[in-house]
Design a protein around this ligand. Sequence first.
Ligand code: C5P
Length: 254
Amino acid sequence: MARRRMVYEGKAKILYEGPEPGTYIQYFKDDATAFNAEKKDVIDGKGVLNNRISEHIMTALGGVGVPTHFIRRLNMREQLIRQVEIIPIEIIVRNVAAGTISKRLGIEEGTPLPRPIVEFCYKDDNLGDPLVAEEHIIAFNWATQQDLDDMIALALRVNDFLSGLFYGVGIKLVDFKIECGRIYEGDFQRLVVADEISPDSCRLWDVETGQKLDKDVFRRDLGNLADAYTEVAKRLGIMPQNGTAPTTGPKLVH
Ligand code: C5P
């Protein structure tokens, strides 16, 4: 059997060359890292859960016309995606203060923000993905003004849609991070949502209890991370209450 070619290995995923030109295979690892990989562990089943949850979210986004790199899930840990040129900017959208914005600006965690706030970080592990302004992005040519406008529009559409999707299953979307990639189609290029959207890249709090169902469970040693992600998967209807096979649709929480 021919060995497939690895294109890139990140902290939580590996990219392999895909079966057709213009495709990659995205493999979800069980590795969990936080604080720029200062804290590390292997969480059994995390990759499987994130593969399923990201598939569910990307498919739902596609269904409402938000373009993504996702093509289809291949197996428990892998999905087929379109090759894109990743823009080296992380776009963070916040609805409620938590994490670094709370620290940076002294806003108590859990304070609702007056409007969704969009922030940008420059993707560079050596620098710890620093927060940057639009001015830096344009001046250093990390993206064009048109890219930036498109990225903000995409991020806000994702926020509107995902806030509703999660609220319907009793989860508050506190904040999240997306990445965008360029796809070339003839003379045109457009941006699509890339990477993953999962509890690794979102803050998700139970609406009733405020219980954290995201990577903060690992960052802050709050319990079992796989249990938290399994709860998200169950509520989204990806897993039945007592098993792992996909059966029902989303469970509405009244
Ligand atoms: O750490 P911070 O509060 O800035 O994170 C905001 C949101 O972006 C969180 O949901 C976090 O999980 C996500 N994030 C991420 N990858 C990063 C930085 C933040 O997924 N490198």
